[in-house]
Design a protein around this ligand. Structure first.
Ligand code: TEU
Ligand code: CA
Length: 549
């Protein structure tokens, strides 16, 4: 496998990255244009969210043709040029493969609808219950029942996501052959990384009503999941030792992740899981406003760090992606301590054990969208839940409050390249409004500022390359019960890192449980941080210390 431990992955949401033809949608030529920016940042891989032909009901996670580029993003020639140009800058391309489901516009599904049995068996069609209601009570992740009725077939099909995203039937060997074939097709184009969307949902178990929950226990980490992944590995990406893979894991368990991303399990390089990002949910319910549970956040991060290390398994480490709100708005401070808190959050992730992922704009400290009207939102999940919450009786005002905190569109507003009206993203009308704070928060301003958040990310990425303890070190929590500080130690071949972070805007005392003799500051977010036995950490203060053997 590629050297994923010392690598950093940068996630690009092409639709919001850079528009080069004025249609308001980012495109592949926009990515090509910014390769020098990415090289300067120092990242090794760029993960592009789906760029395949799609009706775009879920921004490309509804794929209609896995082997062709959506014309809105460009052409196959553009993609090939991107791979080549990135390669010249030592950057590899990672594609986002959505194999739990296809768009209902995919020719396979169209044939199924026409009555072709071969293709019906590519999907999960089931008769309704005797009373005509859906086969099970499972809920779609985007709201409503997970089965859609097709009158002329008198059957329902399963869609764990939108009703235009029909789940594939992985029990069918023909489907598994198609999938491996698609992965090999992109390997042939020089792709060196694959992200597999919600890949732990592909093996469905029993189709029964869930009397305790929304159905997820029947299809999450399902009965044949490890077999399917091992087979896909053997039939495709496992044949190229340079390729790295990451599986997006929905509501997974750590036990399963030991296998998904175990050194010798022959499945994936690493897992991308979300437990630490549900600390401002109520259980699994995200459409509520509850304060962040800092103790839980720490427990989850630490237990996954320690558990995965103990089993030689590998994590992706991240705060942000295109489904999560912006981390500085979520766990940091958009106000006075914007810069300090964004840097602190970055350090927490980059010094942990795992492969760090940077989501576009995170390196600039971009903030949530701040939308206040429904017509500003585009995301299918947000639009569905607006209605669902209204139907539950919530006032329009309280629904707006919830969307403002949790909507996926928070992270999808266009990249803020400069201080102009549309942030340098487009000369046309952006598909989703640019955050007006682009006047203050933008790449151009930060490139010129050695104290910027961008400069801090560059430093973190550079340090990973300079000191092997980042990639190789073990993990040990420090003061796990401290109410305000997240601190840990990494160790490798005599080198030690100590990472200390105040998560709050209040000063807090902290005492290091080990001697810091011989340590020096590697990076911090105040100009004058210094190691001390008895410490008073300033608001959001973050200090990374090193001792070399
Ligand atoms: O997301 C999977 C997923 O379940 C969540 O991130 C989900 O969007 C969120 O928890 C709902 O609250 C992946 C993709 O990252 C996402 O963009 C797609 O919409 C989804 O799969 C379907 O392909
Ligand atoms: Ca465009």
């Amino acid at each position: 496998m590629g050297d994923f431990k010392s690598s950093v992955v940068y996630q690009i949401y092409p639709k919001s990255f850079l528009d080069t033809n004025g249609d308001g949608l980012g495109d592949l030529r926009g990515v090509i244009r910014k390769l020098d920016y990415l090289r300067e940042l120092g990242v090794d891989y760029i993960w592009l969210t789906p760029i395949f032909v799609s009706p775009q009901n879920d921004n490309g996670y509804d794929v209609a043709d896995y082997r062709a580029i959506d014309p809105r993003y460009g052409t196959m020639a553009d993609f090939e040029e991107l791979v080549a140009q990135a390669g010249q800058r030592d950057i590899k391309v990672m594609l986002d493969m959505v194999f739990n489901h296809t768009s209902t516009h995919h020719v396979w599904f169209q044939r199924a609808l026409e009555g072709d049995r071969t293709y019906q068996d590519y999907y999960i069609f089931r008769p309704g219950k005797p009373d005509g209601s859906p086969p099970t009570n499972w809920e779609s992740k985007f709201g409503g029942n997970a089965w859609e009725y097709v009158p002329h077939l008198d059957k329902y099909y399963l869609h764990l996501f939108d009703k235009t995203q029909a789940d594939l039937n992985w029990e069918n060997p023909a489907v598994r052959r198609e999938v491996a074939d698609i992965v090999r097709f992109w390997m042939g184009k020089g792709v060196k990384g694959f992200r597999f969307d919600v890949v732990n949902l592909i093996s469905k178990g029993e189709y029964a009503d869930d009397l305790q929950g929304d159905g997820r226990r029947f299809y999450t980490d399902g009965p044949r999941i490890h077999e399917f992944l091992q087979e896909l590995n053997a039939q495709s990406f496992g044949r190229d030792p340079e390729i790295i893979t990451v599986g997006e894991m929905s509501s997974t368990s750590m036990d399963n992740c030991f296998r998904y991303a175990g050194e010798k399990s022959g499945e994936l390089s690493m897992v991308f899981s979300f437990h630490h990002l549900k600390v401002d949910f109520m259980g699994n319910e995200k459409w509520v406003i509850v304060p962040t549970d800092f103790g839980r956040l720490k427990d989850l991060l630490f237990s996954w760090q320690e558990g995965m290390a103990a089993h030689g398994a590998w994590n992706a480490v991240f705060w942000c992606n295109h489904d999560q709100p912006r981390v500085v708005s979520r766990f940091g401070d958009e106000g006075v301590y914007w810069k300090q808190s964004a840097k602190m959050l970055a350090t927490v992730i980059h010094a942990m054990r795992g492969t760090p992922y940077v989501y576009q704009g995170e390196e600039l400290g971009m903030t949530n969208a701040g939308f206040t009207r429904l017509d500003q939102y585009r995301d299918v999940e947000s639009l569905n839940h607006f209605q669902i919450l209204r139907d539950k009786g919530l006032s329009e005002e309280s629904v707006y409050q919830i969307l403002k905190v949790h909507s996926r569109d928070n992270s999808r507003t266009p990249m803020q390249w400069d201080a102009t009206h549309n942030g340098g993203f487009t000369t046309g009308e952006p598909w989703l409004s640019v955050n007006p704070n682009t006047a203050a928060i933008n790449a151009q301003a930060q490139q010129a500022d050695p104290d910027s958040i961008l400069a801090h990310y560059k430093a973190l990425i550079r340090l990973r390359k300079e000191y092997p303890v980042f990639a190789q070190g073990d993990f040990a929590p420090l003061t796990p019960d401290h109410p305000a500080v997240l601190a840990y130690r990494r160790q490798w071949e005599g080198a030690q890192l100590v990472c200390v972070n105040n998560f709050f805007r209040k000063e807090t005392p902290w005492r290091c449980p080990q001697s810091l003799e011989g340590f020096r500051v590697l990076l911090s977010n105040y100009p004058d941080s210094a190691p001390a036995g008895e410490w008073v950490l300033r608001p959001y203060e973050s200090v990374l210390l090193i001792k070399e053997s």
